[in-house]
Design a protein around this ligand. Structure first.
Ligand code: CAA
Length: 257
């Protein structure tokens, strides 16, 4: 399978599994991501998803250059659309998605990570948008999401030069949330996922929705929506349970409703 999916308790783990090609994303791989997200999304036990790459070299070295080499403009447009659809799916996925970046995250691989909610980087991770090295520009959202996440100046430098940056530099610009030892990357990602999984699931889902809206402008409209969702929280069992557990001095048993 080009994309493996397993569940460990409340955590769905999606592994890009094409290590011989540094997990480069072909059409089949992109379809495999959707299939894995279908499985995670239809499983009520799953509260957080982790995406990582097989092998110890790469998270994902980008879109599959072999697929693109002889593409016409219309085929390239279609391929860009497939990448955009995966990015949109990850952003709209009702559970948090953590990218556990175990090596190269380049081009479409960096763009895949950018569409996730949280990026944990192994000290061996290398980030970049090297598309200009091969005569194209980022096509799976890099010109937009990298700017929003890492800032315009750093995004322009990475995109215009095609150079890689290491994990520490990525973290300094907010591209990685934090850097962890390579050997403990999956343990750290799982611990983070399990921590989130203990929180009110309904609230976490709404918080993902609202924080994603924050950079889209329209702050007053978003604040109005935040107020409405905050009010809606008080119709849920999770709110009653969470506040009762606080006063009972016990951990809450959330049901996600
Ligand atoms: N597509 C297809 N195959 C790829 C690939 C990619 N993006 N990246 C690596 N591979 C393949 C290589 O062709 C090679 O295959 P063979 O063993 O059959 O020759 C195998 O993976 C291992 O790669 P290398 O031998 O090159 O490994 P290395 O350690 O010497 O170099 C690397 C590693 C620096 C990451 C190098 O592989 C590289 O530069 N890869 C391309 C990175 C890139 O340009 N990504 C952007 C793609 S364009 C894109 O993503 C557009 C978009 O926005 C949608």
């Amino acid at each position: 399978m080009p994309v493996d999916y397993t569940r460990q308790g409340p955590v769905g783990v999606l592994t890009l599994n094409r290590p011989d090609a540094l997990n480069a994303l072909s059409r089949e791989m992109l379809a495999g991501i959707h299939t894995a997200l279908d499985a995670a999304g239809s499983d009520p036990e799953v509260r957080v998803v982790i995406i990582t790459g097989a092998g110890d070299k790469a998270f994902c070295a980008g879109a599959d250059i072999a697929t693109m080499r002889t593409a016409s403009a219309s085929e390239a447009r279609d391929f860009a659309g497939l990448g955009h659809a995966v990015g949109a799916r990850l952003e709209a996925f009702p559970r948090p998605v953590i990218a556990a970046i175990n090596g190269y995250a380049l081009g479409g691989g960096c763009e895949l990570a950018l569409a996730c909610d949280i990026r944990l980087a192994s000290e061996r991770a290398r980030f970049g948008q090297p598309e200009v090295n091969i005569g194209v520009l980022p096509g799976w959202g890099g010109t937009q999401r990298l700017v929003r996440i890492a800032g315009l100046a750093f995004a322009k430098e990475l995109i215009f030069t095609g150079r890689m940056c290491d994990a520490d530099e990525a973290a300094a610009h907010g591209l990685a949330n934090r850097v962890v030892p390579h050997a403990s990357l999956m343990n750290e990602a799982t611990a983070l996922a399990e921590l989130i999984a203990t929180k009110g699931p309904w609230a976490v889902t709404q918080a993902k929705l609202m924080t994603n809206l924050a950079l889209d402008g329209g702050q007053q409209g978003n604040l109005d929506r935040e107020r409405d969702l905050f009010a809606l929280a008080f119709t849920t069992a999770d709110q009653r349970e969470g506040m009762a557990a606080f006063f009972d001095k016990r951990p809450p048993a959330f049901e996600g409703r």
